[in-house]
Design a protein around this ligand. Sequence first.
Ligand SMILES: CC(C)=CCC/C(C)=C/CC/C(C)=C/CC/C(C)=C/COP(=O)(O)OP(=O)(O)O
Ligand SMILES: O=P(O)(O)OC[C@@H](O)CO
Ligand SMILES: [Mg+2]
Length: 259
Amino acid sequence: MPKSKKQVSKLLKEFHTTGSKGLAWLVDPDKFKNASSFEKEYAWVKASALDLIFVGGSQLSRDNFREVVISLKKIAGEIPVVIFPGSQMQLAEEADAILFLSLISGRNPEYLIGQQVLAAPLVKKMKLEALPTAYMLVNEGEITSVQYVSQTLPLPNSKPSLAKATALAGLYLGMKFFYLDAGSGANSPVSGKVIESVRSATNQPIIVGGGLDSLEKVKTAYEQGADLLVIGNAIEKNPSFLAEVLAYKRLLNLSLNVN
Ligand SMILES: CC(C)=CCC/C(C)=C/CC/C(C)=C/CC/C(C)=C/COP(=O)(O)OP(=O)(O)O
Ligand SMILES: O=P(O)(O)OC[C@@H](O)CO
Ligand SMILES: [Mg+2]
C-alpha cells in the first residue's frame, strides 16, 4: 500500500506557520469490530477535511493492530495514517508515519528511551516517517490510562511554568513536535495557559488531545494555540461528532482566511 504523498512533518509545520487548524481522529484498535462494516461506515472520510488519522492505545488487549491499520488505509485515501504508539508492539508497515514519542513529563526510563530503542530498528525497516515528539501528560486529579500504564505523574494544569520548562528541555533535546495530552476521556482538557506557555517557549507545532468532547472545548483549544487537535473517545461515543468538528474546523479556517 502506498505511503502518503505528503510528509506528515511538513503538514504539521504548515499548520504552525500558516495558522491553519488541523484535526486528527484517534482510532482505538481494541474497539474495532468488523473491517467491512467499518470501511462502509467511514467511506466518506477520504473526501472529508480530516487531516490525519491516529491509531493506538495505552494498552491493547487484542492482536489486530496491523489489520486495523490496513482498514484505515482503505478509508483514508490521501489522509496520512499515523501510529500513536502506547508501546513498541504497536507498529505496522502499512502506516505512513509514527509519533516517535518520549514521555518527558514523566521519569520512567522505559517510556523516556526504553520502548524507543526497541522500536527504532523496526521503524527504519518499515520506512515509517518518524516524528520526534515530546509527549507531555497534563492533568490533575483523575488517573487516566496513559498515566496508569506509564506509571508516571502528569504535569499539573495549574503550573504552566513547569510545562514550559519541560517543553524547553524537549526543544533543546531536538524534539520537533509537542503533544500535550490530558489523557483519554479526561474530565478537563489541557488548560489554555499550558498550551500558550508551551507554544511561546517552543514555537513548534503543538498537538493537543484528551477530553475534547464538545465544540466549546475544541474552540477553546484552537484559540489558545493548538495547531492540531486529537479526538478519540467523543467520536467513539457519538460518531457524528467527527463530522461536526470537521464542519466547525472548516468554518474556522475560512474565517482565519488560511484555507
Ligand atoms: C514506540 C515508541 C516510539 C513509543 C512508545 C512508548 C511511549 C513513550 C508511549 C507513551 C506513553 C503511552 C502509554 C501512550 C499511549 C497513548 C495513547 C495511544 C493513548 C490512547 O488512548 P488510551 O489511553 O488507550 O485510551 P482509552 O483508555 O480510552 O482506550
Ligand atoms: O480519547 P480522547 O479523550 O479524545 O483523547 C485523545 C488522546 O489525546 C488520548 O491520548
Ligand atoms: Mg484505548
